[in-house]
Design a protein around this ligand. Sequence first.
Ligand code: S3P
Length: 175
Amino acid sequence: MRKQGNVFLIGFMGCGKSSVASQLQELYQLDVIEMDEEIVRREGRSISDIFQQSGELYFRQIETDMLLKIQDMTGQVVSCGGGVVLKKENVQIMKASGTIVLLTASPKAILERVGKDDSRPVLKGRKTITDIEELMEQRRPYYENAADHVVTTEGKSVTEIANEIWKKLEKAGNE
Ligand code: S3P
């Protein structure tokens, strides 16, 4: 990737942002920032604890602080938390500092991936297809408004997804 800004992977929880980011790192030697991991490191506590002890607004503010730092970097693949697009300011920062790629998956596929994982406070007590469909519908306009590119993940390997993203970036002049 030419040093022309960053690539932000966005999408609903469990759509594969982290796996695709690692694959982009492996295949194309790109630097990766895992926002959730960075937040956990910085706070010294889990995401569930942050939500429980300090509230969602606090968590969302850390996301914004982190994006502001990333804004000064370039050439990074950023695997974002699924709710990052909910704040207009975050979308503005991302748009100003790179390209936003939306990964999508069906509620069924999402449920299969996140069903047994209790690390996501937003999904606590909301682990049915209907709950996920509902939340996904609520968030759909935010994701679609933010995205420069959309990549569906269903039925594709992470390698195929990473290659597809790379091609889109190349075509758009980010290579
Ligand atoms: C969230 C998604 C999570 C994490 C937090 C909130 C959300 O990230 O940031 O639990 O609101 O969608 P992943 O999308 O990586 O699971």
